[in-house]
Design a protein around this ligand. Structure first.
Ligand code: ADP
Length: 266
């Protein structure tokens, strides 16, 4: 703390000014620590598959291999690790772009039904493989939101992919939403609520508040094994914020999870 006479005031006999400069650096420090954690997490996530690829390639080159089946297995493993690297890099870039505000979104009046149908079509094969019934329950009247079609598709795709991953065979994953007519009027006007409901393993209460944080996983080893990057829900949250939307989760362990997306109605 420095006490300096203010210019001009010093001329007044006996008068002195005090310049008080107080800067709150708490938020800056928090952001810096979040950024450092993120960089360290990304480095760790990148290093693991790179190390595995190097080790597998080295063994292949060292040969002699016992035969083509073993070589094929090694190559398949290399491909798996390369896919993981690819997904991670795509998600890191996607998150960085949306967070920096550099992404250009085409926000317009959008019918919800066709976007949901498109995303479901892309996930049919995965649902069949997982032996999970995947369906949409549209409202009687079409619903319209203000959003970017590709971003809304990414949000739904991430939530549905998670639901399929965490629902055992014989389970159900359902998407439903309300129409404009029945939409809720919140503080910021009418909204449309879309729900992704699964009958899977659910999320323990102590993790519910943290699943939207980058790289937070209930079971890190299983998430990686199932092809998760740990960034899916962080991307969902950030993308929705661009359209004044939000996402929330409810769950009962052993019964399933419900993710609710709220978007401004159009
Ligand atoms: P990941 O790539 O690991 O799926 P996400 O950010 O998409 O990363 O999700 C974070 C974590 O939240 C997951 O690792 C998982 O533990 C949990 N999770 C997300 N969706 C579901 C769901 N539908 N059912 C149970 N757990 C879920």
């Amino acid at each position: 703390l420095r006490a300096d006479p203010l210019p001009g005031v010093a001329a007044l006999k006996g008068a002195a000014g005090v310049v008080l400069q107080i800067r709150d650096v708490t938020e800056l420090r928090r952001l810096e620590s979040v950024r450092r954690d993120f960089v360290s997490n990304v480095s760790h996530e990148l290093k693991t598959p790179i190390a595995a690829i190097s080790a597998l390639a080295e063994t292949l080159l060292d040969g002699p291999l016992e035969g083509p089946p073993i070589a094929r297995r090694f190559l398949a493993d290399i491909e798996g690790h390369a896919d993981r690297l690819h997904d991670l890099v795509v998600d890191v870039i996607r998150l960085a772009r949306v967070e920096s505000g550099r992404d250009v979104f085409d926000v317009r009046r959008l019918p919800v039904g066709p976007v949901v149908e498109d995303v479901l079509r892309g996930l049919r094969a995965a649902a069949t493989k997982a032996e999970v019934r995947l369906s949409a329950v549209p409202p009687p009247q079409p619903a319209y939101v203000r959003a970017d079609a590709d971003a809304l598709a990414t949000v739904l795709d991430n939530l549905l992919t998670n639901a399929l991953r965490h629902t055992p065979p014989g389970g159900r994953v359902t998407v439903d939403w309300n129409s404009d007519a029945g939409s809720e009027v919140g503080e910021d006007g009418p909204t449309v609520k879309l729900r992704v409901i699964d009958t899977g393993e659910g999320i323990p209460a102590e993790h519910l508040g943290r699943v939207f944080q980058r790289f937070h996983r209930v079971d890190p080893a299983r998430s990686r094994e199932k092809g998760g990057t740990g960034l899916g829900l962080a991307i969902v949250k950030q993308m929705l914020a661009v359209f004044d939307g939000s996402v929330a989760v409810e769950s009962v362990v052993g019964e399933g999870a419900t993710f609710t997306v709220t978007l401004p109605s159009a």
